[in-house]
Design a protein around this ligand. Structure first.
Ligand SMILES: C[S@@+](CC[C@H](N)C(=O)[O-])C[C@H]1O[C@@H](n2cnc3c(N)ncnc32)[C@H](O)[C@@H]1O
Length: 285
């Protein structure tokens, strides 16, 4: 594999990228202003790179660091400069879009359900020059017709929990397209925890997630990649309604599901990639 990165996410390199490098140039004025007003950036970058995420995390730094992490993954995988990115379930989180913009002359498409988050995202990315398409559909059964092999990479940025939560919430009557996501998220997580404790994810949650993963494997070109990350917040340790064990193991659990599936995917490793929180699969030729 060609790579100009020996080991991912060296903190000083990430700090340089978000303060005056490639990621900095993709941020809007508000985010740049927030970073400019933040002290001790190198220490805060180390904190943002720590998993689970510590209590004293600085959100503007974390958001920029997530973008830098994806951009370094793209570089380490030697993706083309004109890369084409698919991201299911973006919500209002732009790190993958910023990484795409910073990486080269990219294009980006997301399939995402929640309408209010879509609006928030559009405000955050109004300055972005890359071609962006947002499709408001359920990624499990999207009617939009996307050809095979259309993308270089699919990025599941902190999306596994969102897909599982939606799969558990919709059958219980919650319209996750229309709700205000965050005030309703605790209820979604409680339902997910309930299904997990009853050992029901195999019939509700896993099929939806694996369908979206399978669709991503179809949409990504042979030789391209599916990239997954998940992180947890230390503030949820010991919180009685929060299913810490499930959320701690979302990546390993999904790795097991992909491994036992018949999908044409092969896991790849990168130096510095923590396998508890990230995984990368290559689409077989
Ligand atoms: C809170 S946002 C999270 C955004 C991002 N993944 C993150 O965590 O930073 C969750 C988004 O995932 C979307 N989502 C969940 N399941 C989905 C599905 N099956 N199809 C399309 N969008 C889905 C929701 O509609 C919502 O917009």
């Amino acid at each position: 594999m060609t790579t100009n990165i020996d080991r991912l996410w060296e903190p000083a390199r990430v700090a340089a990228s978000i303060t005056h490098g490639a990621i900095h140039t993709t941020l809007d004025d508000r985010l740049r202003g927030e970073l400019a007003a933040t002290d001790a950036i190198p220490e805060r970058v180390v904190c943002a790179l720590t998993d689970p995420k510590p209590l004293d995390i600085c959100m503007p730094v974390l958001n920029a660091v997530l973008a830098a992490q994806y951009q370094e993954v793209f570089a380490a995988l030697a993706l083309p400069n004109t890369l084409s990115v698919y991201e299911p379930c973006v919500g209002a989180s732009p790190p993958v879009i910023f990484a795409t913009e910073a990486y080269g002359q990219g294009s980006y498409l997301t399939i995402n359900l929640n309408r209010k988050l879509r609006g928030e995202l559009q405000n955050k990315i109004a300055h972005i020059k890359s071609v962006i398409r947002i499709i408001e559909e359920n990624a499990v059964a999207a009617t939009v017709s996307l050809p095979d092999n259309s993308f270089d990479v699919a990025c599941f940025h902190h999306a596994i929990n969102d897909i599982l939560q939606t799969a558990c919430a919709e059958p219980r009557g919650m319209d996750t397209t229309a709700i205000d996501w965050f005030p309703n998220e605790r209820q979604m997580i409680e339902w997910l925890a309930e299904d997990f404790q009853r050992d029901q994810l195999a019939s509700r949650g896993k099929p939806e997630l694996m369908s979206i993963v399978g669709e991503a494997a179809r949409l990504v070109k042979p030789g391209g990649y599916l990239v997954f990350d998940h992180f947890n917040w230390c503030r949820f340790i010991g919180v009685d309604w929060f299913p810490w064990d499930l959320f701690y193991n979302l990546i390993p659990m999904t790795r097991g599901w992909i491994t036992e599936s018949a999908l044409p995917l092969q896991e790849v490793s990168l130096s510095g990639l923590p396998t508890q929180w990230w995984m990368i699969w290559q689409v077989k030729d």
